[in-house]
Design a protein around this ligand. Sequence first.
Ligand SMILES: Nc1ncnc2c1ncn2[C@@H]1O[C@H](COP(=O)(O)OP(=O)(O)O)[C@@H](O)[C@H]1O
Ligand SMILES: [Mg+2]
Length: 167
Amino acid sequence: MFKSLLVPIDGSEDSHIALNVACQLAAPVQGKLYLLNVRDPYPQLHDAELLSVEAAIKAASVETANREGRAILDAALDTLPSFPGYNGEFDLLVKQGSPARVIVSEAERLGVDAIVMGSRGVGQFKGLMIGSVSHKVTHVAKCRVICVHETPHQHATRATHEFVDVD
Ligand SMILES: Nc1ncnc2c1ncn2[C@@H]1O[C@H](COP(=O)(O)OP(=O)(O)O)[C@@H](O)[C@H]1O
Ligand SMILES: [Mg+2]
């Protein structure tokens, strides 16, 4: 039974699918969903690209960060179809810091039953099947972690090609 779930959302399609799945998991007990967007002040550095000073300063402004984070969470909610069986509560959270660390610590602070997140996010390196944030959270979180992605068939086809490329 999933009475409370943490759904980390970065605006990616996978994270929207994760929200959809979380609603279905929470529906039987009308569990509570915590939607979390983490504003990373140094995303370009983490993506091993050149750090734009202007972008870093802008992202570091708490007010701007909260507004942008909130817009990402609202947009995710807009993607939800209406679930006949789910009328539970949504709590929207925007935090600053390193995404994986914040996701794990928020899951502990909130005492959620599980984290439901995307396999991939908005990052540009699509060669791997799982992103660095989902990889870290899966290994470090003390609660269950459910990683979801686009339709299983599409993902399986893509993965087969990736393995062929790697070999
Ligand atoms: N800044 C963030 N805030 C909230 N959730 C995030 C954030 N970054 C990633 N996630 C979660 O982690 C999932 C996987 O993203 P990630 O590991 O960053 O892959 P990628 O490298 O493709 O961006 C996303 O679908 C989302 O659920
Ligand atoms: Mg990412």
